[in-house]
Design a protein around this ligand. Structure first.
Ligand code: M6R
Length: 607
């Protein structure tokens, strides 16, 4: 969603702000803008569309040492130049960038208008700039504090003041902000990728914190002005991970990174000789783990699908009932929380507002919530009661791929750990570890069929209304395959439990309906073959994801893509790979904006 970057230092901020905004492009946006202090006034440039549109309006000769920038993903007010950030106060004394939603902006706006303030945009954010000016009595810090105390809703705000060129004011409530500590220069951004090329030293702001950022130092207080001691953390990944290397798109790069990202997810977490796993971050004693009698998962989108796979694995290996909840639904449902339950908040970004707020609701009811997240230092892991990082490395493409398979890997590890405390024998545990360790090589094997998948995709891109069918543990894979296709190729797609096809969806089938069957070698294979027969009899265009020896399936369908045989419980790690590639190549064939699909944002930080 919206992205923020700010700079104060010895260098010209304009190229740094633009570079930072480009690094944030992956979050999804529809307009961008920057403001800087230049020759006694605030110069502002904003434009809809890609950052290059806005960049083209910035004079090459312009130089400034303090400035702020923003990429906007419209919520309040259409996609227009005026609604883009930064917003300026009435007399152009203050400029602000804002992520989040000001819920009481209408009331504030009415008061401001009654006081003679004129609004240039139809956003909720503009009130902040006017309030800063209205509350200003010569002390920017004070006016910032006073302004924030009037706001209801969520925000990450960075403000620039014409009369106070030595510092930026920054406030956070529900929308992430991180400071970058350099030499004679400081950054602030909504995520570290904006400035990682310049410093790896960072300070994460917590909710209800305000920072004053000067060229060589920062001071953080809470809303009561009490000073907070902040730790400087070091980012342990590199800017090169943010590059596409030789891949045409981040999505393809990230699909190809999966052998490595899965290895990273399980590295150092096996206790192979006794067939179990160790997950230090859970903060739970063995007794507390044994006492778990229910597991719940809260998540959205792809992370929700990972949770669904996780529920099959946990119930199978650990025999623990596991319920998976869509975060935006469960949080308004007055969830029933059991004393011996543990909940997992699963999120690549660690910032998804629905997952975060559902987590808070569960915690309020006394529950332990553990995070399964990718972005280190993000809100969910910091506010959870413990958890596990999946260590996929930065995932830039809006469509999630490698984070999904890493989330699955963590569910396998947790299920193994729990399972070994309950039903699973040492031998079975050892076999599972061995099977998991083979997965990266098996994915490399699947990646060798990329050319074949590309040519299948060429044919299928001419079709619309895709059905993805799977049973058991392959049903969430069907959901995820359908989600990948729809989000990047804009083709309609549905994931359906294959057994349900007769209860309605079979009515959709005609010769132009592409139907994709996920048929790993497992106990439901025969049932899937019956479903293929049923669909074939009605004329669908059939594609199967199946194992090499499955002659019957191969003879029934028009096209097939092979995946190696593996332990049936692990099959989602393999069967999702061809579906990711299929979605990628269909989208490419259709000329879609693969890494930044229309209307989508990488981390959904507003409800
Ligand atoms: O960062 P999160 O995992 O919490 O994000 C959840 C969803 O927004 C995300 O998975 C979304 O569905 C992706 N676009 C899927 O590719």
């Amino acid at each position: 969603m919206c992205g923020i970057v700010g700079y104060i230092g010895k260098n010209n901020c304009l190229p740094l702000l633009i570079e930072g905004l480009k690094r944030l492009e992956y979050r999804g946006y529809d307009s961008s803008g920057i403001s800087c202090l230049h020759q006694g006034s605030i110069s502002t440039f904003k434009k809809t569309g890609k950052i290059v549109n806005m960049e083209a309006t910035v004079p090459k000769s312009l130089s400034a040492t303090i400035g702020i920038g923003h990429t906007r993903w419209a919520t309040h007010g259409g996609v227009t130049d005026e609604n883009s950030h930064p917003h300026l106060s009435q007399n152009n004394k203050f400029a602000i960038v804002h992520n989040g939603i000001i819920e009481n902006y209408k009331t504030l706006k009415t008061h401001l208008e009654n006081d003679g303030y004129t609004f240039r945009s139809s956003t909720d954010s503009e009130v902040i700039a006017h309030l800063l000016e209205k509350n200003y009595t010569g002390d920017f810090e004070k006016s910032f504090h006073k302004t924030l105390s009037l706001l209801e809703g969520t925000y990450g705000i960075v403000a620039l003041s014409l009369d106070n060129p030595d510092y930026l004011m920054i406030g956070r409530k529900g929308s992430p902000l991180v400071l970058g500590i350099g030499n004679d220069e400081m950054f602030v951004a909504s995520d570290v990728s904006a400035f990682l090329g310049h410093t790896k030293q960072v300070v994460y702001l917590e909710d209800n914190e305000i920072s004053k950022l000067s060229i060589n130092n920062f001071k953080t207080t809470d809303f009561t002005l009490e000073e907070k001691k902040k730790e400087i953390a070091t980012i342990d990944w590199d800017i090169s991970e943010l590059n596409k290397n030789n891949f045409e798109h981040y999505l393809l790069k990230e699909i190809y990174e999966q052998p490595e990202s899965i290895r990273r997810a399980f590295a150092g977490r096996f206790m192979e000789s006794i067939g179990t796993a160790k997950l230090g971050g859970l903060n739970m004693t063995p007794q507390e783990l044994i006492n778990i009698d229910r597991v719940g998962v809260i998540a959205c989108g792809t992370s929700y699908h990972a949770g669904l796979v996780g529920s099959y694995v946990l119930e199978e290996l650990a025999r623990v009932p596991t319920a998976v909840h869509i975060a935006s639904e469960i949080r308004y449902k007055n969830p029933i929380v059991d004393k011996n339950s543990v909940y997992f908040a699963v999120s690549q970004s660690g910032e998804t507002i629905d997952t975060f707020l559902a987590m808070k609701e569960f915690q309020r009811k006394g529950s332990r919530v553990l995070g399964i997240c990718n972005v280190v230092g993000s809100t969910i892991p910091r506010e959870s009661n413990g958890g596990v990082y999946v260590h996929s490395g930065p995932e830039i493409s809006v469509a999630s791929t490698k984070a999904f398979t890493s989330q699955l890997t963590v569910f396998y590890l947790f299920s193994l750990l729990m399972g070994r405390m309950k039903d699973v024998s040492q031998q079975k545990g050892i076999e599972l570890i061995q099977a998991l360790k083979m997965i990266p090589e098996q994915i490399e094997e699947i990646l060798k069929s990329t050319e074949k998948i590309q040519s299948i995709a060429k044919e299928y891109s001419k079709l619309d209304n895709f059905l993805f069918l799977g049973r058991g543990i392959s049903y969430p894979v069907a959901l995820e395959g359908a989600l990948k296709l729809k989000e990047i190729s804009y083709r309609h797609a549905e994931g359906i439990p294959a057994g349900e096809i007769k209860h309605g969806p079979i009515a959709l089938i005609d010769k132009n309906t592409p139907v994709i069957f996920i048929v790993p070698k497992d106990h439901l294979q025969e049932k899937m073959i019956s479903n293929i027969e049923e669909v074939k009899a009605r004329g669908g265009r059939l594609l199967a994801i199946c194992t090499p020896n499955n002659q019957r399936v191969k003879e029934l369908v028009h096209d097939y893509i092979e995946i190696p045989e593996c332990d049936p419980l692990l099959s989602p790690l393999l069967s999702i790979i061809p579906l990711q590639l299929l979605a990628y190549y269909v989208a490419k064939e259709l000329g879609c904006d693969i890494d930044q699909p229309r209307n989508l944002a990488k981390s959904v930080t507003v409800e």
